[in-house]
Design a protein around this ligand. Structure first.
Ligand SMILES: [Zn+2]
Length: 324
């Protein structure tokens, strides 16, 4: 699959109104795609990962779907209405028209789930992190304006969906990881892990979400490893079968940035020194652009208190400057 790593294309959520569910923008995490190259990228690409399990890149983000007995479980809904429409069309084609009965919202970035409204009319059950279940239900009820309201299920640790010999586990970290509301799924037949922003294959992840917790994140990567996936799919980047290496590289990177930011803070050095500390102490080569590396280091440094604990980042701006 084509590599599309730039988060500069992140768009705001349009389907949620509550402050908790407002847009959570990400700073650029990788090289931007020049316009001349972007124009030749097809709108979507799809591959089958194993029994009843597919992955597709729609626009800038990866989505997945698993065919169970009576319907289809979808992981994320795309960054736009068009991406959602393409995703729905591919689901229909690959599963002989089975209905979407379950939708997993892996996290609240617009690049992954602005397409959710397109999936609500079917009355699918929507899985979100337990901490936002009530707000999500309220927002979706408001959107339905008297029509069919989807069932919202908050995931605390894990929920299993099993039908027709296929089992999908929806898992939530104990606390914050990449964001404060991550979910990931494991499809047992294909041994595929769809891990949202927890891993960007082949390169460093973005740590700029105001709720990210590098240590909780590393713990969740261990939990993913325990499932022994054969293939791993992040929200962006290529699908990878080098699962152990990807998890190890991401863990090492997260620990490095956290440690350097913490040491810089503990030494009483100003944030202007984060950049030199990162490059002087441990270089990361092509795994991470200098720009993304510094953004990650600064994001963590700025949230670290004198007690060494991470504070939550500032509330993200509302889409288009309009208060939700
Ligand atoms: Zn994201």
């Amino acid at each position: 699959m084509l590599r599309v790593n730039s988060f500069s294309f992140v768009r705001p959520f349009r389907w949620l109104g509550g402050a908790v569910l407002a847009l959570l923008p990400l700073a650029a995490s990788g090289a931007e795609i020049p316009a001349s190259k972007a124009s030749v990228i097809p709108p979507f690409e799809v591959a089958k990962l194993g029994p009843g399990t597919w992955v597709g890149r729609f626009g800038i983000s990866n989505c997945g779907w698993v065919e169970l007995g009576s319907g289809v479980l979808v992981v994320d809904t795309g960054a736009s209405n068009q991406d959602a429409a393409n995703l729905q069309s591919e689901i229909k084609r690959s599963t002989s028209g089975k209905p979407v009965k379950w939708v997993v919202v892996s996290h609240l970035h617009g690049h992954a789930n602005s397409g959710l409204p397109a999936f609500l009319a079917t009355g699918a059950t929507v899985y979100v992190h337990a901490s936002i279940a009530a707000d999500t239900e309220a927002a979706l009820t408001h959107m339905a304006s008297g029509g069919k309201v989807p069932k919202v299920v908050g995931v605390k640790q894990s929920v299993v969906v099993s039908e027709g010999g296929q089992t999908v586990e929806v898992l939530a970290p104990k606390g914050a990881a990449s964001t404060g509301v991550d979910l990931w799924i494991f499809s047992s037949e294909a041994k595929a892990a769809f891990v949202a922003d927890l891993v960007v294959t082949g390169r460093c992840p973005s740590m700029t979400d105001g709720q990210s917790d590098p240590l909780g994140w590393v713990a969740e990567l261990h939990r993913i490893a325990e499932k022994k996936p054969s293939v791993i799919v992040g929200s962006t980047g290529d699908t990878s079968t080098a699962v152990a290496a990807e998890l190890a590289a991401t863990s090492a990177y997260l620990e490095r940035v956290y440690r350097i930011a913490k040491e810089t803070k503990e030494k009483g050095l100003p944030e202007a020194r984060v950049s030199s500390q990162l490059s002087a102490i441990e270089k990361v080569g092509e795994y991470c652009s200098t720009k993304a590396d510094i953004l990650n280091g600064l994001a963590i440094y700025r949230r670290l208190g004198k007690d060494g604990k991470l504070r939550k980042g500032p509330e993200p701006p509302a889409p288009g400057g309009v208060k939700p």
